[in-house]
Design a protein around this ligand. Structure first.
Ligand code: ZN
Length: 179
């Protein structure tokens, strides 16, 4: 049994579940790519509740100047992997999370329609933790066992010029070995 086996409802075993209201139905029920992101709130600070608050629409605009810019955004991701490797799920894989924005993969737009989004707590300026790669590899393994995944891509691959994550410190060789 895989550590983060994905059940029929689209939820990973052993993940903490925090429900985000920011999702809707996948138009074609297709799940064919995985998008890797990085996120930290406040920017480049780790360990707080900002990411969870953003994804659940309770970010306090008075807590940080950057929060005032983004607190009304309706965004989410299926998964977040924290610095200690712990896994949080916000949206069932069967539903469409709102992580990619305007995007295009191999000529297909609106990548949210057909992707699973995984956020790594991190930034474009720091290496990721070994514990994060370990969780990510286990999660990717489980997702590929459950769904017909064709590609694992970065947010920067599907929104070039607009997005830079997962950034130069993300080590693709640690996960692409498995494909
Ligand atoms: Zn991103």
């Amino acid at each position: 049994m895989k550590l983060y086996a994905i059940n029929e409802a689209g939820f990973a075993d052993n993940a903490d579940y925090i429900a985000s209201p920011n999702f809707d139905v996948r138009p074609n029920h297709e799940i064919s790519i995985i998008v890797i992101h990085n996120i930290s709130l406040p920017p480049n600070q780790y360990g707080g509740n900002g990411i969870i608050e953003l994804f659940t629409n309770v970010l306090n605009p008075n807590e940080h100047p950057y929060y005032a810019e983004i607190y009304t955004r309706k965004v989410s991701s299926h998964f977040l992997i924290r610095r200690d490797g712990s896994l949080i799920q916000f949206v069932s894989c069967l539903n469409r999370a709102w992580h990619a924005g305007v995007s295009n993969w191999q000529g297909r737009e609106r990548c949210n329609d057909f992707s699973v989004g995984i956020e790594l707590e991190g930034s474009d300026f720091d290496a990721f933790e070994s514990a994060q790669y370990l969780t990510l590899k286990n999660l990717l393994d489980s997702l590929m066992s459950r769904y017909a995944i064709q590609s694992i891509v970065g947010h920067s691959d599907i929104a070039p010029g607009r997005k830079t994550d997962p950034g130069p410190y993300f080590d693709w060789s640690k996960i692409r070995k498995k494909m």
